[in-house]
Design a binder for this molecule. Structure first.
Ligand code: GLN
Length: 306
């Protein structure tokens, strides 16, 4: 993965993914997301030595959605330490990200912090120390990206108006005592957090500490202890792509997090963070072109951790 070849590899990847457009569909259960053209494609690679390589729409902000769960979890673990694990597990769920019956069967304790139930539990936990967890996540992401980033209030309102499943999850957890705040307030904060907008370049910059033992080469500060960084990557590898995490690991071989805005962030420990964006999703809610792009990139550069 030297500096010259990354630009060449990105150019090659952009050609290789062309046949994959039109195979998926943008998320439409959040109506505002369905308005984004499926033809968008951007990719950014930020390396530990400060290199930034981009192609396509890599500087266009998009809806970060579930990738914000990485920032929220990092904040919660930094604040509360292992207490987080008394409310949420560390196991892959094998079920869709907004699944309800597994949660009910397991006493209202979410399998992991990346499915919606787990992320709602993290939001509830953050509400113990801040009034506005979405603003906290936005501030943290912007701080790490070294750029101002915004919440798209139209996307937040659009999701909140249709958030029946997330409301059901939050109310179930309130009933079982997993969360302690008003479920409506937890869901509203969660939807605003998910409506954060960032570009591929900004996301790759912001999550670069995950490839650098917790240190941010962008802002020259330690963000996470080294051991916590390894653990965050373990959770990404096992739970970051929900119920298709196995086939994603088989194809790409990198810890990663997807979002229904079409973004995927992948970590190459010791080397780089890659962010790809393309809005058409597979049935698991992961970008079709984005997965193909990461598969091609990891094969061409041999950067898989597996
Ligand atoms: N806000 C979305 C939801 O709760 C996030 C899902 C995702 O990106 N996988 O459904």
């Amino acid at each position: 993965m030297d500096e010259f070849s990354i630009d060449q590899v990105l150019a090659e990847v952009a050609v290789l993914v062309k046949p994959h457009f039109g195979k998926g569909r943008p998320a439409d259960y959040i109506p505002q997301l369905a308005t984004v053209p499926g033809s968008k494609f951007g990719m950014a690679v930020c390396t530990l030595d400060g290199g930034e390589h981009v192609i396509g729409d890599a500087d266009e902000p998009f809806s970060v959605q579930s990738i914000t769960k990485v920032f929220a979890l990092g904040l919660a673990l930094n604040r509360f330490g292992d207490e987080v694990w008394t409310r949420v597990g560390k196991e892959p769920s094998g079920t869709p990200f907004n699944h309800l019956s597994q949660l009910e069967a397991e006493g209202g304790v979410p399998r992991n912090p990346f499915i919606n139930a787990g992320a709602l539990a993290i939001t509830d936990h953050l509400l113990e120390t801040v009034r506005d967890p979405a603003a906290l996540v936005r501030g943290f992401a912007g701080f790490l990206a070294d750029a101002p980033v915004q919440i798209d209030e139209a996307v937040a309102a659009s999701e909140l108006a249709h958030a029946h499943q997330n409301r059901a999850i939050a109310h179930l957890m309130r009933g079982r005592g997993t969360i302690s705040h008003d479920p409506e307030a937890v869901v509203a904060a969660y939807c605003r957090q998910c409506a954060l907008t960032m570009s591929c370049r900004q996301l790759a910059r912001a999550l670069l500490p995950l490839a650098a033992g917790g240190f941010s080469p962008v802002i020259q500060e330690t963000i996470f202890p080294e051991r916590l960084t390894r653990r965050l990557n373990a959770l990404l590898l096992t739970c970051g792509i929900y119920d298709s995490v196995g086939s994603f690991a088989y194809r790409v071989g990198l810890p990663a997090k997807s979002g229904v805005g079409g973004g995927i962030v992948a970590v190459v420990p010791g080397k780089a963070v890659i962010c790809v964006w393309s809005p058409e999703l597979d049935r698991f809610g992961t970008s079709v072109v984005g997965t193909a792009a990461l598969e091609a990139f990891s094969q061409l550069t041999n950067c898989s951790v597996l």
